[in-house]
Design a protein around this ligand. Sequence first.
Ligand SMILES: C[S@@+](CC[C@H](N)C(=O)[O-])C[C@H]1O[C@@H](n2cnc3c(N)ncnc32)[C@H](O)[C@@H]1O
Length: 199
Amino acid sequence: MELRARLDAYAALLLRWNARINLIGPSTIASIWQRHIDDSLQLAPLCPAGAGGAADLGSGAGFPGLVLALATGRSFTLVEADRRKAAFLAEAVRVTGAPARVACARIADLAPLGATLITARALAPLPDLLALAVPHLAAGGVLLLPKGAQASAELTNARRGWHMRVDAFPSRTAREATILRLSELRRVEPSTPERHATS
Ligand SMILES: C[S@@+](CC[C@H](N)C(=O)[O-])C[C@H]1O[C@@H](n2cnc3c(N)ncnc32)[C@H](O)[C@@H]1O
């Protein structure tokens, strides 16, 4: 099946299930392509080349992980704690033939995934997101994170705890949004308190 046909099948399934469980917000149904599918597809050219498994954390209805698995052929673990959403994801993987598996669990409860690429959209502010994601990142791995208008403030906060290389790209689907590609992450060493002579 061609990519477009797989994405059409995915969108149709999602809209059917959305009548029963809340997968995407009602206000975004009419613009599902722009708000969700194209918003996810624009990450594909930013994915680093290379082998290794990828993970999408807090996948929800599958954005961006399921779309990227279809578009790139890369193998994704879709992590989603909500059982009904995870059931939808499993059915979407079956229907589309995406190279993906679903982990219905809380991120912090999973054994380290060793992913060379991690994506997450609308999951948590950057400092919390790094705490969740980095334990699942392979050495030399990359994070690809769509972020909203607060991206710059979130980066400032995150830099208090992490050294990292940051590449930022403007979103093509939302004017105020930015896509952050983070690599070379390492924790900021706590500074040694100064010793004061007592005599
Ligand atoms: C706001 S939704 C975003 C879904 C999707 N990434 C998107 O952008 O459309 C956040 C999703 O993350 C899931 N989630 C939140 N915290 C989680 C955790 N600690 N472990 C696994 N899933 C989590 C929620 O169940 C929800 O489906």
